[in-house]
Design a protein around this ligand. Structure first.
Ligand SMILES: [Ca+2]
Ligand SMILES: [Ca+2]
Ligand SMILES: [Ca+2]
Ligand SMILES: [Ca+2]
Length: 232
């Protein structure tokens, strides 16, 4: 091929590439760079423009596993359990977390969606329990999810607490079994060892002990709702 032929061949190649470039955008489908309803970020159905309800500012925060950690469980209060159960979560991150839109589940029948704002401050705790009223005998419950049957009852021997983010991710779960390696007693909370404050470590019964802190109720129940757990 002579030089002229070579040059025209290169031009033809460039033209083909140009046409191909015009036919698609510069990133992954199915979005594009224009100002229509989609764009080049990764969030589906939103864009970078200023139209309300579809820009990037409205995307809910995304959470990773371990963004919250279940650190204490009071599944068996002295005497009747009604209105007095609770569990504690810890936020190890640098941002406060609002539990609105989060879901509590177990592996069986219970399913509870949190529909109001419940703040878990960075580096701090929140206590979720059956009641914020005096039926709980003074327990500092931050959010009441209701009583047995209409709430999130905690089995005294075997049960699970599963925390799901608004996107449906299991951020943490604990499946406890009083006849296995998890401790169990009436009137004492299950307390996670401070050295095991991690969403994997709290799956292991040997990282939990019966709390000797408190008492936190007039009945003498032992635990540390809303406060750091003592060493096991
Ligand atoms: Ca119970
Ligand atoms: Ca009881
Ligand atoms: Ca876990
Ligand atoms: Ca505690």
């Amino acid at each position: 091929m002579d030089i002229a032929g070579h040059v025209s061949s290169r031009i033809a190649t460039l033209l083909v590439l140009l046409v191909l470039a015009m036919a698609c955008d510069d990133n992954s489908p199915p979005d594009d760079d224009d100002s229509a309803t989609d764009d080049d970020d990764s969030a589906a159905a939103d864009d970078d423009d200023t139209t309300a309800a579809d820009d990037d500012d409205s995307a809910p925060p995304q959470f990773l596993q371990g963004a919250l950690i279940i650190t204490e469980i009071f599944n068996n209060p002295q005497g009747t359990d009604e209105g007095r159960e609770w569990f504690e979560v810890f936020n190890p991150g640098v941002e406060d977390i609002d539990l609105m839109g989060w879901t509590l589940e177990d592996f069986h029948t219970n399913h509870y969606s949190i529909s109001e704002s419940v703040l878990v401050p960075s580096g701090d705790y929140a206590v979720l329990g059956e009641s914020t009223e005096k039926i709980n005998l003074g327990t500092p419950v931050d959010f009441g999810y209701g009583l047995d049957g209409n709430g999130f009852p905690l089995g005294n021997n075997t049960d699970e607490i599963v925390l799901l983010s608004p996107a449906g991710l299991v951020v943490d779960s604990v499946a406890y079994d009083g006849v296995g390696t998890f401790p169990s007693a009436e009137g004492q909370s299950l307390s996670l060892s401070p050295e095991a404050t991690h969403h994997f470590a709290n799956d292991m019964g040997w990282n939990w002990c019966l709390s000797g802190a408190g008492p936190f109720t007039t009945e003498g129940d032992l635990g540390s709702p809303g406060l750091p757990n003592p060493d096991c």
